[in-house]
Design a binder for this molecule. Structure first.
Ligand code: ATP
Ligand code: MG
Length: 414
């Protein structure tokens, strides 16, 4: 894409009403637009990142048997009454409204109830199990505080997956494969080294639920890390009994701030019983279906990457989720030989299937470099006089600042 055609612009100043580093940088770089507190629109560069994160998550969910769907945002009150989660005292983040006929409707903050109710149409026998479904959806939550930028939205994109299995054994096997898939997701988005499987307070039957916590000073949570074992424990379950069970000593743990990027838990048969999702087992008995629920905050993950990896110059995207792989920066003026050399390289890179943002604008070099640093594309290719005269391009690594000089042939070969 030619940057001259990109409608978004960067800003020098951070917006005054924004405290969180992630939102400040993303707004300055033109990735997101703040509509109101906790509510953000995603612009072309921001959307490109979201889509790349979603694709990684999608591949990993498919790899463990997940099938993608999209449920509705409008939800039936009676389903949530069946599980005692309609009352605002039980769930304090509900947005609700009323139809013209006076009946109430909920805006989806989560989807266990409607998905489980829907599954009654498809699951009646042990032959119909297991079933794993997931979606990417905009969740609406009336969050009390919205001061963490895109990490705590009142409207945000979540991947939520639900597993329907016959029994505890089948559930446990899938649950473990989901943990492994989640760890691969965090690895692929560039947070593998600082994301910890975390023991938190329980699901319906099990003693623990699991969270995935990414270390960051911007985190709202406090966890107790065991670095050697690559696990963490949430404050609420930090007891002598739990320590013994996990085989760790209090003295080996390190207190740290962290961001909850994912959360998985076991509902057992409780919710299925409440909602009437039963299957006939081989002995002909009616048994409630075992439900597991698995969330990843897609937009929170994007904000977490910004918090974890950006530097004083701006955003730093890992290759796998960068909006573009390359930032081609021309130092030429309209029509001169430098800009012609840049045009040619741009065409060649596009032909080679590369994802390139091409800064073809007539601006000072310093301004272009500062903007390029702010946007944070992993590699910058600079086309200056040397490129036009000798076919040599400067390549700058955004994360490390390392500079190399490459010939056109070598660049294209790479
Ligand atoms: P938290 O404890 O941070 O309030 P939660 O436990 O309510 O989150 P879940 O309902 O389990 O979250 O949602 C699954 C995932 O969705 C969370 O692990 C988190 O990554 C993300 N998430 C939850 N609330 C928000 C929000 N308001 N904005 C952005 N992402 C969110
Ligand atoms: Mg939580």
């Amino acid at each position: 894409m030619r940057q001259s055609a990109l409608f978004t612009k960067t800003r020098r100043e951070a917006p005054r009403d924004e405290e969180a580093k992630n939102a400040q940088l993303l707004i300055r770089a033109g990735f997101v637009h703040k509509e109101m507190a906790g509510v953000y629109a995603y612009l072309p560069l921001g959307l490109a990142v979201i889509e790349k994160i979603k694709q990684i998550v999608r591949e990993e969910m498919q790899s463990i048997g997940g099938q993608e769907i999209i449920m509705t945002s409008l939800q039936r009150k009676e389903l949530w009454e069946m599980t005692d989660r309609w009352d605002d005292k039980k769930v304090d983040v509900w947005f609700k409204s009323t139809f013209k006929n006076g009946s109430e409707v909920g805006f989806g903050w989560s989807h266990e109830e409607p998905i489980t109710d829907m599954m009654k149409h498809f699951i009646s026998s042990y032959r119909d199990l297991p079933a794993y479904v997931y979606q990417f959806q905009t969740k609406l939550r009336n969050e009390l505080r919205a001061k963490s930028g895109i990490m705590r939205g009142r409207e945000f994109v979540m991947k939520d997956m639900y597993s329907y299995t016959a029994d505890e054994t089948a559930h446990k096997a899938f649950y473990d494969s989901a943990i492994a898939a989640y760890l691969r997701v965090f690895e692929r988005v560039g947070l593998g080294d600082r994301t910890f499987l975390t023991f938190a307070s329980g699901g319906a039957f099990t003693q623990f639920s699991h969270e995935f916590q990414t270390l960051s000073d911007a985190g709202e949570d406090t966890v107790y890390l065991h670095r050697a074992k690559k696990l963490a424990i949430n404050k609420e379950v930090l007891t002598d009994e739990v320590l013994a069970q996990l085989g760790v000593a209090r003295g080996e743990l390190e207190e740290a701030k962290a961001i909850e990027v994912g959360n998985i838990f076991d509902f057992g048969g409780v919710k299925s019983k409440q909602l009437g999702l039963f299957y006939k087992n081989e002995a002909g008995e009616e048994v409630p279906v075992h439900l597991g629920s698995y969330g990843i905050g897609i937009t929170r993950l994007m904000g977490t990457v910004v918090e974890a990896l950006s530097d004083e110059k701006g955003l730093v995207w890992p290759e796998n989720i960068a909006p573009f792989a390359l930032h081609l920066v021309s130092l030429g003026k309209d029509g001169d030989e430098v800009s012609r050399a840049a045009d040619t390289l741009y065409d060649d890179l596009v032909k080679a299937g590369k994802d390139v943002l091409y800064d073809d604008r007539d601006l000072r070099a310093g301004e272009k470099f500062a903007e390029s640093d702010l946007i944070g594309i992993p590699k910058r290719i600079v086309v200056g006089k040397d490129a036009a005269a000798n076919g040599i391009f400067e390549v700058v690594d955004r994360a490390t600042g390392a500079v190399s000089r490459e010939s056109r042939e070598k660049l294209l070969a790479k």
